[in-house]
Design a protein around this ligand. Structure first.
Ligand code: HEC
Length: 172
């Protein structure tokens, strides 16, 4: 009698175990999401060259062109400084890009016209500004050609501003 009770109890436990195994959801090996683990520590943000060009360079180049067209010298002076600073930040974040010395490329391609732009802005000289702005834009494209990205073609902004919420005219 006692042996039967023990055997029945044993069978009940075994049954419960087997059904729990059978009912358990299949464990599929999950590929790690490229979006990362939501419980991970925040990783440092290291934007790549293309993202930095988009963030720090392209909008400032466009805004500088718009400010110059409006002869808004205080804004142009601010933007040329910001643009130069953008190149400094990038050359520190990415000292070499595919083996090429980024700071040296910036020094050759864009720093000379930026220096002339600075003079032209301080002298309120639209003609000198336009000439140096053209050289700056040519410098962008020369570097893109040197770095195998000749298809990224920069030009002076069209007359319609791409920044609907910013006024480029001088403040009166
Ligand atoms: C080091 C030389 C260099 C100079 C100078 C330079 N660029 Fe670039 N730029 C690059 C490289 C390299 C890439 C491509 C990066 C990649 O895709 O990994 C790039 C990409 C870009 C892109 C594409 C980004 C995107 O995702 O759409 C834009 C826009 C751009 N540059 C704007 C400019 C402008 C405007 C200037 C001048 C004011 C400039 N660049 C000067 C090297 C340069």
């Amino acid at each position: 009698m006692r042996a039967r009770i023990i055997a029945a109890a044993f069978l009940a436990v075994l049954f419960a175990f087997l059904t729990s195994v059978a009912m358990a959801p299949p464990t599929v090996a999950q590929a790690p999401s490229p979006m990362g683990d939501p419980n991970a520590e925040p990783a440092p943000f290291n934007p790549q060259m293309s993202a930095l060009m988009n963030m720090l360079i392209q909008p400032r180049h466009a805004k500088l062109g718009l400010a110059g067209k409006e002869e808004n010298w205080p804004l142009a002076g601010y933007l040329v400084k910001e643009l130069k600073q953008g190149f400094v930040v990038i050359s520190r974040a990415i000292p070499r890009w595919k083996g090429l010395p980024v700071g040296d490329l910036f020094d050759a391609a864009v720093i000379p016209p930026i220096t002339i732009l600075d003079f032209a802005i301080k002298a309120n000289e639209p003609r000198q500004f336009n000439e140096a702005y053209g050289k700056l834009t040519a410098g962008c494209n020369a570097c893109h050609a040197t770095t195998d990205h000749a298809f990224i073609v920069i030009k002076a902004p069209d007359s319609a501003s791409a920044f609907p919420n910013q006024d480029f005219a001088p403040k009166r």
